[in-house]
Design a binder for this molecule. Sequence first.
Ligand SMILES: O=C(O)COP(=O)(O)O
Ligand SMILES: [Mg+2]
Length: 237
Amino acid sequence: MFYLPISNLFLMKFKAIVADIDGTITCEKRELHLEAVKKIRTLKLPFVLATGNILCYARTASRLIGLEGAVIAENGGAVAVRFDLQGTYEESMEECEKAYSFLSQYFNLTKLDPHYRKTEIALRRDFDLEKARSLLKTLNLDVEMVDTKYAIHIKSKKVNKGVGLKKLANMMGLKARDFVAIGDSANDVEMFEVSGFGIAVGNGDEIIKEAADYVTEATYGDGAIEAIEFLEEKGWI
Ligand SMILES: O=C(O)COP(=O)(O)O
Ligand SMILES: [Mg+2]
């Protein structure tokens, strides 16, 4: 007779956590949520940051929180495993620039951190996204636009935080499935899909709540604390 040992049925242990930054470990006005930072500092397992923001922002956040420098930035386009190692970048900017030039004919677009951003383009959220998306459809480019609630990103369809997580997990000798992912918006969906368990914070948008295995009641950094406490209570970390 085939049966699974009881220990396998009940033992669900994750080896690391990956958390989004903006909207997840911040407060409503985007400052770092200090209680969430305190909670993160008590953890014994690797804690990775994954952001749509640029690599130096992610590295700085990691340093100031007291982490090891394992980060996913530019929505998966840039990945670094430790402070003393260079980041790796996807070759995905060319298509994004074509989309940007095309859309600039219709909108007055403002790039965010263009000198530091190497794999995608982030724009100020002051134009009609739906209109831009339908205009972009008329071109045959392998790019898409994602709204994080902090910026609108023009990014390659091949690059996302899920792809970044797989790459980083591999560098750490882990699988993406070994991670619990915590996030708040559309750019966290793929990271939820490849991770072992996805937790959306209460302020998350509908798309991420639908992709989540669990949604916290609390919002922003309080939601991240609730997520970690939930995992601890379950004995999953
Ligand atoms: O940079 C953004 O647009 C949002 O960043 P996040 O992925 O950390 O929420
Ligand atoms: Mg976010």
